[in-house]
Ligand binder design. Structure first.
Ligand SMILES: NC(=O)c1ccc[n+]([C@@H]2O[C@H](COP(=O)([O-])OP(=O)(O)OC[C@H]3O[C@@H](n4cnc5c(N)ncnc54)[C@H](OP(=O)(O)O)[C@@H]3O)[C@@H](O)[C@H]2O)c1
Length: 137
């Protein structure tokens, strides 16, 4: 699992440890800002399941770091997805309400039309190639 120093990854560590061995992977071992290195890193780590809450989450700073935001939030998950599909390894990836424009009164659904208002939202919108079913949690 990536992103275990973050809010979501940190919260998942305990519950997932009840289900099996959780290997916490930091940015030295799997650097999402370098998508071209992802396949080699995963070849070494050989996970049975990839849980990827790591992300570029600096919403305001992303306006000035668009390339980095897209590498971490779009290209790296894409590379993980390609690797995971090749080895039939499940991937759990996290989305965000920043994909939507904030209008309306009800909670967002996966089928709602995305309309990101920020670079961060745009970077999180890019779909990986093997689009798996989404689940609400
Ligand atoms: N928290 C929420 O309420 C919330 C709500 C909706 C959606 N989400 C989604 O949930 C996911 C996690 O959000 P979060 O709030 O947990 O984020 P966060 O607290 O900012 O944590 C981000 C994590 O990503 C890691 N990371 C950043 N850049 C990296 C890189 N280049 N390579 C490897 N790891 C890197 C960070 O590691 P370092 O410690 O090394 O920086 C950190 O562990 C995101 O996809 C976000 O869109 C979160």
């Amino acid at each position: 699992m990536t992103g275990t120093t973050g809010q979501v990854g940190g919260a998942l560590c305990g519950p997932l440890a009840n289900l099996g061995e959780v290997i916490s992977v930091n940015r030295t071992q799997l650097d999402l800002s370098r998508p071209e290195t992802i396949a080699d890193s995963l070849d070494q780590l050989k996970p049975d399941l990839v849980v990827n809450p790591a992300a570029y989450t600096a919403v305001d700073r992303a306006e000035n770091e668009r390339s980095l935001a897209f590498r971490v939030n779009a290209e790296a998950p894409w590379a993980i997805d390609v690797w995971a599909a090749r080895y039939n390894v499940p991937l759990i990836q996290f989305s965000t309400d920043y994909m939507f424009d904030g209008s309306g009164e009800r909670p967002w659904c996966e089928d709602d039309v995305p309309a990101p208002l920020s670079t961060y939202g745009e970077s999180k919108l890019v779909k990986p190639p093997s689009v798996l079913p989404t689940v609400s949690i």
